[in-house]
Design a protein around this ligand. Structure first.
Ligand code: SAM
Length: 174
């Protein structure tokens, strides 16, 4: 099974960079930008956090939400909104059983109700402390990890204090 990571109007270059890095670490399939007029321009603000790993990613851009939903339907992908909502399911109890899009919302607005209603499921990450929500890139990492945790993928071997990878990406900030 595969997952794609979908950024719905995420604005901060730092968040985009961090999401890309986790997407690659958790072996995601495509990175999908939704709601952007132009494809994301990866400059230093993102690359300092992505380690330029976007070069390893297959990236799609949909300006309109409707185009995104058409594409996902055509590719038989389940749309899983990662969001705090009264209708949401606890992600730790969710059975990932289908190729899916993990959809993250923007820093300011999150994922709006109208969009949530078009998704197949809404999943929340449980919180226990005194803050209303998580940072979007942290949420992406947790959702990607939860997806992988259900797949029983063979884990990369460790060499020293890092994981061994076939093609080590350049690392501007280690
Ligand atoms: C900073 S939050 C959005 C702002 C929030 N809606 C508000 O009213 O302040 C950005 C995104 O992070 C994700 N997110 C943050 N905390 C989450 C949680 N506990 N469970 C699921 N998603 C979360 C969602 O995708 C959300 O759209």
């Amino acid at each position: 099974m595969i997952f794609n990571t979908v950024l719905l109007n995420v604005q901060s270059p730092k968040n985009v960079g961090m999401i890309i890095r986790s997407h690659v670490a958790f072996n995601g399939n495509k990175i999908v930008f939704v709601g952007y007029d132009k494809p994301w321009n990866f400059k230093h603000g993102s690359q300092a956090f992505s380690r330029k790993l976007e070069s390893k990613c297959d990236i799609l851009n949909f300006k309109e939400e409707s185009e995104f939903f058409e594409w996902s339907k055509k590719n038989e992908l389940l749309n899983l909104a990662i969001e705090i909502d009264e209708s949401a399911t606890n992600i730790t109890e969710y059975e990932f059983q289908h190729n899916c899009n993990l959809i993250l919302g923007s820093e300011g607005k999150g994922i709006e109700k109208e969009f949530l209603q078009k998704c197949d499921d809404v999943l929340f990450i449980p919180q226990f402390g005194t803050v209303e929500c998580l940072n979007v890139s942290i949420s992406a990492s947790i959702a990607q990890f939860e997806f992988c945790r259900h797949q029983n993928y063979p884990v990369n071997s460790i060499s020293g204090s890092t994981f061994k990878v076939e093609n080590q990406a350049s690392s501007p900030n280690s």
